[in-house]
Design a protein around this ligand. Structure first.
Ligand code: NAP
Ligand code: MG
Length: 476
């Protein structure tokens, strides 16, 4: 393998503000009763900023600001005018995309190639797409005059900080709701920059409120009685706790939770293409992807060939500095997540699966985990059942399509699946039988704002994206 010279993206496009405060009612304010915490760069452990932590009084203030904006400005505003603000936000995101991408990579650890070429274009696309719906809600299939729900409390995880924000805020605003959003504790910085963009777009005060903080802030927000709708993306465990806490209230709820997707490769698949899809499926974003193809199901008669190509391809992956434009796999988002990946991987070895990683030099500082595969995995192994949420692939084999379906569905989750075959009729046959919200055929991890995304079973309920994504934000 040949060596590349380092090609780091410049950080000078970003000015990181220390202690910028909470974004409530259109202004950055100091927390009334919260404290503060630090957000670090997981690739270097450098402290990037001290961030305000919202307490109960701040939640109260933010919900009140959102209610006022809903009653006085945003609720009564004609859809065509709401659309103008959303288009303006979308354009500002495009204009400032380099700044946003660099900040996302710094705070999250994901490769700049991904934040620049995947996250940011999709973030802008979501705002453009939902801007288009704002004056056409009566044509979305929810009756002639569907009404917004009111104030939405939105809590998001750290794996796609800005993209998850866009998935939440764009449809909510298009449908006429106002929002209070809590980003994840380890990745609050792009949400704060987004708040500046809301100011720049002259979005009316209180339509978007951003409360930085940890799990307690999230809990106080979703439990606040002034909230009409809760939208949560995160772990199944926290999703369950939220569903319990708001049961019996009038609040509407959508949950986007974990996954354990099967990526299924048949013997007639174009193997080189499938190997690219396997790599993209599990090593994209360090495997911190709810719909990651974390279980490879490969047909037994091609398993050796697929694994040989896969290992050769994995040896080419460049792990390291997220800001380097040649980096394929960046840093693990936090020490806690690294610990969880290590623990589950050790369990894989202890339970008898065979572990393999390509030789790779990991940086001394920061949180890193080499791309890893486990072969000889059985369905009873923890690495085949539990979500690892890291760059770790479990490989299982199958003989017949029926066996592939049975193994793929043998999971408490049901978010996504991939099928690799030359045969169109088999794709349809499989897709009918797979219990997964999204099924990709001869591709993986493809996203588009027009396409609904969401789960079955313990992967949650409700859909984000597309016309369906409006439903959770409308009284229908
Ligand atoms: P998490 O612990 O559930 O956290 C998600 C968010 O909820 C964070 O903002 C978190 O704050 C907050 N939170 C924690 N406890 C809370 C509580 N009791 N009440 C309200 N909010 C609370 O999940 P994570 O570990 O950060 O994210 C990984 C998980 O998200 C994975 O399981 C993954 O599959 C899932 N995910 C699903 C999708 C999807 O669309 N289906 C997309 C991305 C991720 P802190 O950050 O401060 O803990
Ligand atoms: Mg961080």
């Amino acid at each position: 393998m040949f060596e590349y010279a380092p090609a780091p993206e410049s950080r000078s496009v970003v000015e990181i503000k220390n202690a910028s405060g909470l974004y409530i009612g259109g202004e950055f304010v100091d927390p009334a009763d919260g404290g503060s915490f630090k957000s670090i760069n997981p690739a270097s452990e450098e402290v990037l900023a001290e961030v305000a932590e919202a307490g109960a009084q701040d939640v109260e203030r933010a919900v009140r600001a959102a209610r006022k904006a809903y009653d006085k400005v945003w609720g009564p505003m004609p859809g065509r005018d709401r659309a103008k603000y959303l288009y303006r936000i979308a354009r500002l995101i495009q204009e400032r995309s380099r700044e946003l991408a660099v900040l996302e990579s710094l705070d999250n650890g994901k490769p700049i190639r991904e934040s620049r070429d995947v996250d940011l274009p999709l973030v802008a696309a979501h705002f453009f797409y939902y801007a288009g719906w704002a004056d056409k809600l009566g044509h979305a299939g929810f009756g002639p005059n569907p009404q917004p729900v009111g104030v939405a409390a939105q809590v998001i995880p750290w794996n796609f900080p800005l993209l998850m924000l866009a998935w939440k805020i764009a449809p909510a605003l298009a449908a006429g709701n106002t929002v209070v959003l809590k980003p994840a504790e380890t990745t609050p910085l792009t949400a704060l920059l987004f708040a500046e963009i809301c100011q720049q777009a002259e979005l009316p005060a209180g339509v978007v409120n951003i409360l930085t903080g940890a799990g307690d802030t999230g809990r106080a927000l979703v439990e606040h009685p002034g909230v009409d709708k809760v939208a949560f993306t995160g772990s199944t465990e926290v999703g369950r706790a939220i569903a319990r806490s708001i049961a019996g209230t009038r609040k509407k709820l959508t949950l986007e939770l974990g996954g354990k997707a099967a990526n299924i490769v048949f013997d007639d698949a174009p193997i080189d293409q499938a190997v690219e899809g396997i790599v993209n499926g599990i090593f994209f974003n360090q495997g911190h992807v709810c719909c990651a193809g974390s279980r490879l199901l490969v047909q037994e008669n091609v398993a050796d060939r697929v694994l040989e190509s896969l290992k050769r391809r994995m040896a080419q992956l460049r792990v390291g500095d997220p800001l380097d434009k040649n980096t394929d796999v960046g840093a693990i988002n936090s020490a806690a997540q690294l610990e969880r990946i290590r623990e589950l991987s050790d369990a894989g070895s202890a339970e008898g699966a065979e572990r393999w990683s390509p030789p790779c030099d990991l940086p001394d500082r920061g949180f890193w985990f080499a791309p890893t595969i486990f072969t000889g995995v059985t369905q009873a192994h923890r690495i085949a059942r539990e979500e690892i949420f890291g760059p770790v692939l479990s490989v299982l084999t199958f003989r017949t399509p029926a066996e592939a379906v049975e193994k793929a569905n043998n999971t408490p989750y049901g978010l996504s699946a991939g099928i690799w075959t030359d045969k169109g009729s088999r794709i349809l046959w499989m897709a009918d039988r797979l219990r997964a919200g999204v099924v990709w055929a001869n591709t993986f991890n493809k996203f588009d704002p027009t396409s609904p995304f969401g789960g079955y079973k313990e992967s949650g309920y409700g859909r984000e994206g597309g016309r369906h994504g409006l439903e959770g934000y409308l009284n229908v």
